[in-house]
Design a protein around this ligand. Structure first.
Ligand SMILES: [Zn+2]
Length: 399
């Protein structure tokens, strides 16, 4: 394994979506019309591992040139400074973090008006312990992470420390919360990939725990791992709202209608996530920074890290969303979540049909046909208990 090591802290500003849009990447979704999707995924994974052993993996990532990345970065910086509204800060402190759950009874950590921006700091899933286990030295870990780790003693509800909740004035049940990801920066220039025995897509094949500490030079656009150069595309694995009032607290591992641990790699800077609001104020919480992740998230983790995000939060009145949806700069996304991957695919497809009928005024039949010829189904993740499938459709086809 080739590691790039840096002892000094640094931060990387990534303003803009790196190459993760529907039209640019070739996803490896298996044939979802058959009845055994998990088995097929295992075959695909096994084939990829075999191919890798033969040093014969076809390169399918569309990697932008550094000039392209710089242009995107500049355009987003301009956009951030041009914002005239109010910007709040929600730094990583113990009183701003709840660990491992969403709960309608939590008091807000911050109140904002719809249309405001918030800079939110989040810490790595499983906290400081994961960094230490992977070999990060104590003096490399930001003090804010250590303070949260020490102050929060009950970490049993779920693996994700979440920053929030944020109360958004005017958000009511039946509305949709629009969470636009404006910019993302790293709180430390390293992350951890973990194989959890008994978990992931191959729970019986890898029986020993394994951690990979991956470092990158501050400001780098790529990380190096196992002889491969990977474009970083940071995003928040977990963005969610409170469940309905009176409902039980929801653990942070399983995603659901509230959003949560979606682990959707398309939710990079420049994308907007839409979440159905369940309680007044929505109570938005964010965490689980990922430096980069592939569709499927097969080991059970991405390159887990700590991120600061700038979000613009809006309210879409009476949207009556059933499931989370998203919009990237290049496409529309619908999502299906279910323990059964077939059902998740069904939900994502039906959601896209409904989106096309409502937003593009297509007949139901035309919408379904369009999904078949222009809607791409992706396996979001197969490792969070509740599995995810999302469909992307390019904006450019609608002229
Ligand atoms: Zn994660």
């Amino acid at each position: 394994m080739r590691l790039v090591t840096f002892s000094a802290f640094g931060q990387m500003q990534l303003h803009g979506d790196l190459p993760v849009e529907g039209g640019q990447y070739n996803s490896h979704v298996v044939a979802l019309d058959s009845c055994e999707p998990m088995k097929q995924i295992l075959i695909v994974v096994a084939a990829l591992l075999t191919a890798q052993n033969n040093s014969n993996v076809a390169r399918t990532d569309a990697v932008p040139s550094s000039r392209q990345a710089e242009r995107v970065a500049r355009s987003f910086q301009v956009r951030e400074t041009a914002f005239q509204g109010r910007v709040h800060d929600l730094p990583l402190t113990p009183s701003h973090v709840h660990w491992g759950y969403f709960d309608a009874r939590l008091p807000p950590a911050l109140r904002i008006a719809a249309g405001d921006r918030v800079r939110v700091e989040t810490m790595i899933a499983r906290g400081v312990q994961r960094l230490k286990d992977a070999g990060v030295k104590d003096d490399e870990i930001p003090a804010s992470l250590k303070a949260v780790e020490a102050a929060i003693t009950d970490k049993t509800a779920g693996p994700h420390p979440l920053t929030g909740p944020i109360f958004v004035e005017g958000a009511e049940p039946g509305d949709a919360l629009e969470v636009e990801i404006i910019a993302i920066a790293f709180l430390h220039p390293f992350g951890v990939e973990a194989i959890n025995p008994g978990g992931g897509a191959l729970p019986d094949d890898f029986t020993a725990p394994a951690l990979r500490l991956i470092r990158w030079p501050p400001g780098a656009a790529q990380l190096q791992f196992a002889g491969a150069s990977i474009s970083m595309a940071p995003f928040f694995g977990t963005i969610g709202v409170a469940p309905p009032a009176g409902a039980a607290r929801i653990g942070s591992r399983e995603p659901g209608k509230h959003g949560g641990n979606l682990d959707n790699k398309d939710l990079v800077a420049g994308s907007t996530l839409l979440l159905p609001v369940n309680v007044p104020g929505a109570l938005l919480s964010i965490g689980d920074g990922h430096a980069v992740q592939a569709d499927g998230e097969v080991t059970g983790t991405a390159v887990e890290t700590s991120l600061r995000g700038t979000f613009e939060i809006r309210v879409r009145k009476r949207a009556q969303l059933k499931w989370p949806r998203a919009e990237t700069r290049l496409g529309y996304i619908t999502m299906g979540l279910d323990p059964d991957l077939d059902k998740a695919a069904e939900i994502a497809t039906r959601e896209m049909v409904e989106f096309l009928v409502a937003e593009k005024k297509l007949s139901r039949e035309d919408a379904y046909v369009l999904c078949s010829i222009a809607g791409n189904l992706h396996v979001t993740q197969v490792v969070d208990g509740t599995k995810g499938v999302h469909m992307t459709i390019a904006k450019s086809i609608f002229r």
